[in-house]
Design a protein around this ligand. Structure first.
Ligand code: CO
Length: 133
């Protein structure tokens, strides 16, 4: 079994402050990490849930992938992050199983992780992110 944990569930939102406030009021959740990933055009807030996270993401530019997602689909579930011990090995295993990689090789993610995305097509309609801590 290559997966060690559900690392995070990512929800695309238009107003990050409003979403953080909602999760604070609804669940008593607080922000564990906050980061802007310029490369992906994303601002994110990670809310800790045991050893996993809810990842709230909003676009930093109008033409970023998350901005286009919000335009097409509206707010909602964007991707699931699966935690793995070895991102490169997990990516190779996924590709061997028929998945279509969006990243040809692992790259830096937020909070010092190493990540790779796999296209929803070939993964039963869900955008998957492999996360190595
Ligand atoms: Co993510």
């Amino acid at each position: 079994m290559l997966l060690t944990e559900i690392d995070h569930v990512a929800i695309a939102v238009r107003d990050l402050e409003a979403a953080v406030d909602y999760h604070r009021r609804a669940f008593g959740a607080s922000v564990a990490y906050r980061e802007t990933v310029e490369r992906d055009g994303v601002e994110e807030a990670l809310l800790a849930v045991a050893d996993s996270y809810i990842q709230l993401i909003s676009p930093t530019t109008p033409d970023s992938p998350v901005a286009r997602f919000l335009e097409r689909r509206g707010e909602g579930l964007h991707h699931v992050g699966y935690r793995v011990a070895d991102c490169a090995a997990a990516l190779a295993a996924l590709v061997a199983a028929g998945a279509t990689p969006l990243d040809s090789e692992p790259r830096p993610g937020s909070r010092g992780t190493t990540i790779a995305f796999v296209h929803p097509k070939g993964s039963f309609g869900t955008l998957i992110e492999l996360v190595q801590e």
